[in-house]
Design a protein around this ligand. Structure first.
Ligand SMILES: CC(C)(COP(=O)(O)OP(=O)(O)OC[C@H]1O[C@@H](n2cnc3c(N)ncnc32)[C@H](O)[C@@H]1OP(=O)(O)O)[C@@H](O)C(=O)NCCC(=O)NCCS
Length: 251
């Protein structure tokens, strides 16, 4: 067990009061995978819109961990799992999201998939999605990975906001997780990307879109725009076009 960080969190009680509790963020051993699945199911059951969370099976996560993935677990003072983020290393597998955004073939081995993050409802509002993302990014950067990629449901405002706040940009909008070869039976997802070694600068155009206006956003993305920022206040997305937006990696 490797402890990455310790701190205090607010826990919401049933009677609407809050208490402070000690917690730690750890790299979880695979023998705690059952707890991960249990928390995932608990959170899924509580979701109003079940479409926003792709439910990973025990075997899915087990496979990814055996292939170099990691689970960042948040444990409360009783050593109970209250949140986790898991990441995977897709290599050149066909599920590498680099293919969804046209990443150069020689960059695929530098991709990290930010997979599922869940936070127990009693501990939401502590910024755990954000904190675990920063910890995971630091770690993979030190290991030489360069590209962070993830999917977020266009209807998952909280998650989209937290992900974009950390510099990931919307590069694609497509159906994912379907069983059909062309994926048409899947569910709508933004594919977001951050290149840890390259910053986009000097936009040549900017367009504002309402957060849930998918048709318009798809049109923008198809025309080379990148979803750049999401405003918490207005819930509007700011799309930008760059000179080299479609040719992300040239080296
Ligand atoms: C998305 C998620 C991980 C964010 O949790 P978090 O890191 O605790 O969220 P934040 O700390 O950024 O929360 C910021 C604010 O939004 C609120 N909030 C967060 N998630 C919320 C949700 N799903 N529903 C309603 N309000 C939510 C928080 O209570 C907090 O409110 P406050 O500022 O008034 O205190 C969490 O909502 C969750 O587990 N959702 C279900 C699973 C999921 O969608 N995962 C992401 C896709 S893999």
């Amino acid at each position: 067990m490797i402890i990455l960080e310790k701190g205090n969190l607010y826990k919401k009680n049933d009677n609407d009061t809050k208490e402070i509790e000690e917690c730690s963020i750890q790299l979880l051993d695979i023998n705690r995978l059952n707890e991960v699945i249990e928390l995932e199911h608990k959170v899924y059951e509580g979701l109003e819109n079940k479409d926003i969370l792709y439910v990973d099976s025990y075997d899915d996560i087990y496979y990814e961990i055996k292939n170099g993935g990691k689970i960042f677990g948040v444990l409360n003072s009783k050593d109970e799992l209250i949140a986790y983020r898991y990441i995977a290393i897709p290599g050149k597998n066909k599920n590498n999201m680099g293919y969804d955004i046209g990443l150069a073939y020689n960059q695929l081995d530098k991709v990290i998939h930010l997979e599922t993050t869940v936070v127990d409802p009693a501990y939401r509002g502590n910024g755990l999605q954000d904190i675990t993302l920063k910890i995971a990014t630091d770690l993979v950067k030190r290991q030489g990975y360069r590209h962070l990629l993830c999917t977020v449901s266009p209807y998952n405002f909280y998650s989209l906001y937290n992900i974009m706040k950390n510099g990931l940009k919307i590069k694609s909008l497509k159906k994912k997780y379907g069983t059909a070869e062309d994926g048409h039976d899947g569910t709508w997802r933004f594919v977001l990307h951050s290149d840890l070694e390259k910053k986009l600068s000097n936009p040549i155009d900017m367009v504002i879109s309402k957060w849930a206006n998918l048709g318009f956003q798809k049109e923008l993305i198809d025309n080379g725009y990148i979803g750049f920022e999401l405003s918490k206040e207005t819930r509007q997305l700011n799309y930008m076009k760059f000179d080299d937006a479609t040719i992300e990696i040239t080296a």
